[in-house]
Structures are given as C-alpha cells and as structure tokens.
Design a protein around this ligand. Sequence first.
Ligand code: HAM
Length: 424
Amino acid sequence: MAPIAAVRGTHDILPAQAHAWEWLHRTHERVAGGFGYRPVETPVLEHTELFERGVGAGTDVVDKEMYTFTDAGGRSLTLRPEGTAGVVRAVMAAHLLDATRPLRLRYAGPMFRRERPQKGRHRQFHQLGIECLGDPAPHLDVEVIEVGVRFLEAVGLHGVSIQVNSLGDRDDRARFRAALVAHYTPLRDRLCEDCRRRLAVNPLRLLDCKRDADLAEGAPRLADLLGAASERHFAEVLAGLEDAGIASTRNHRLVRGLDYYCHTTFELWHTSLRGAQNALAGGGRYDGLAEELGFPGTPGVGYAIGMERLLSLLAEEGAGPASLPAAAAVVCSLAPAQGLAAAACARGLRAAGVATVLDAADRKLGAKLRAAASLGARWAVLVGEVEVATGAVALKDLATQEQETVPAGRLAARLRGGVEDAAG
Ligand code: HAM
C-alpha cells in the first residue's frame, strides 16, 4: 500500500520551522498589540455567498480558486480564501462597533486557494492580518501600513518596498472602468484569454495581467480620473506615510485581486520575491464591503501578510530567531531498574521550573547522550544504581563534557544557576 501523502499545495510545519512560526505569531501579536489591535478568530468554513458578495464574483479568487462544496444539508460552503470578509461579518453581526470605534483587530490563520502550487504559492497558506473598522479617516490607512512596516522591521526583514495606489470611490472607479473598456476593446483580439473575460466582468484586473503588460502601456490612469475627495484622501495618506518616515512608491497599476477595495490600496514587495509571488503583504481600504454583505455601510482598512513567503525570505536572509532547545535537561536512567527514580528526578526538576525530558528507554548511555544533544539540551542527568543508593546524581554538561556529582536535593538549584549563567 502506498503511504498517504499530504494534499498537493499543503505542507506541514515541522518542529524545525515551528519555532520561527510561533515567533512570527508572537512578534505580530506584540507589534500589532502595541498599536491596540486585539485578537479575533473567525471560522475557516463560511457560506460561499460571503466571498461571492464580499471578494466579488468575477475575481480569480472567487471564480477559480475557492474550495467550495455542498454539505449534507444542501448548503454551499467554502474554505475561506481570505480573512477580511469573515472578520467584517463577525464584527457586524456582534454589533461590536456600538461600543468601540474604530475597532482594531488582528488575526492569524490558514486560508485556502486552489492556485497552481509553486514556490511561495500554496493551496493552504497562512496569513497574519489586521483590520481597522468603523472610521474612514486617512490616518488609519497610514496606521495600518505602519503596523505592517514595523512588524517587518521587528522580524528583521530588509529590502521591503511599499507600493501604494488609490482606487478612489465608487464613482471614480465607474469612470475608470468605462475608460479602460474604451482603451482595451479595440485591442481585444490581442488580449490573453483571461483578459478577454476580465474585459467583460472585471476591467480593473486588466492592469495587473503579467502577459498583457505591454497593452497596459498608454492605458488610462485612475490617478487622472480621481474626484477631489478621493484625491484629498490619498494626499493625506501620502503625507502621513512621509511623516512616519515610511518611503512608498506610487504604483498606478496596483489594483489588487479582490473587489472590495476603494481609496488606498497597498502591497509590500520584496526584491527577492519575483513574478506573481512578489507581494509579501497586501491590503487597503474597503469602505463598501460591509454593505455588500448586507450590513449597514461601515468603513474599514487592513492588511494580510503571507507567513510562508515571509518565513522563506527570512530563511534566505539568515534572519529569524535563534533555534530553541527542546529542553534544558535530559534525565537518563542507566538501566531499567532506575526508571522510576529517573522519572521522579525529572518530575522534581520540572516542578522547579527546569524544562526536562525523561529518557527511561532501555538503551545504551551513548545513544541517550546523542539523543539529548540532538534536542539541544545543555545537561544530561545520569541516574544509575550508585546514584540511587547515594542520593546523588551524575550531572554531565553536554557543552563541555565535564561531569560532576550533585546531591539530588541541590540539582534543581544547580541547573537553574547553569541556565541563568548561560542566559547571562
Ligand atoms: P491578498 O493580497 O490576497 O490579500 O493576500 C495577502 C497575502 O497573502 C499575499 O501578499 C501573500 O503573501 C499571501 N498569499 C496569498 N495567496 C497565497 C498563496 N496561494 N500562497 C501563499 N501565500 C499567499 C488578502 O487576502 C486581503 N484579505 C488582505 C486585506 C486585509 N485587505 C484588507 N484587509
């Protein structure tokens, strides 16, 4: 029988990466938490309609990439392809804005898109995100971008460029859509198959097609069609970014792949991410989303960062956290007869706050010491016949290979001292 493999486009976070993974979560928590963003969790499973109406029929995400199925009750359900629509639904349904406005939330979790798997593109991937709801003020667009930038600084990533654009309001986009259709319709026969479809259903997306990039030359620019209010909003965002010392690049072709955006959109790019995977993070304002979902109109702005892309960049740059030992000490019984004594010794160490692994296996001491070293432990505590008889243990420093005898009652203090010395 063939062994069962992981589903294509999914991956395991094995212990070697899991430490960095948890560290990313903690760092995001600390940085976003420092701006007042509180945690929220929403279900992975949502009604398909949430994304059809929120993200938009006509987007690649909704039309081609969702994992959608009909459950036994005949309901169409979808594994969430992104987190924003679910957060807005949750906030609006629970009337959270009645008490706090703006409401600052952060989240982390898996998202699912049936894309062609390749480096930096998975079918189950993970995002760290924030959403700021209930206030249309441009300084909050700046804040959201700043949280992302400060987070990437905190994890030690260099070489990030901030691409920004404005999609204006609904009227601006309607004018822009008409201008794009007028530009592209005569070029229809030269468009790729996807873009011919986009011309009919989602003309804005024509601008970020990689294959038809040459046809975008000379295309109308939304910047030239923005109304006065949209211009003012965007000018305030740019001024706010400058004031925060955040350098950004205006990218007229940045339209983003989800339909809910208006006004500010942005992406954080990294020089070593290429092609379709160049965005490490994306976000923007979505003042019309709540209404699309059937709730009262409520402004919002947020971002999501791809954890897999970020981790692989950090690994390439040699950044990231130092690896952590699984435990400070491994207590080894020298023979099965000392198994219980070794277990009691390990229990005592843990109770005294020393992370301890018990190795009571019936195998040679050499194998136990190699296993202890592979866990990154500093100490091996050897419990043999003599030790049990004398009430002492043999303590081996795995870094220096020095060994000493320590009375059992003084062991925890000795190890804690060692751990503290090592922490320096
Ligand atoms: P998005 O641009 O679709 O935005 O995704 C954000 C980030 O998720 C991307 O920049 C990328 O790092 C990561 N990502 C997306 N698809 C994949 C994939 N197939 N494999 C690996 N990583 C991927 C959103 O999802 C919006 N909800 C962001 C947002 C929040 N806008 C406002 N608030």
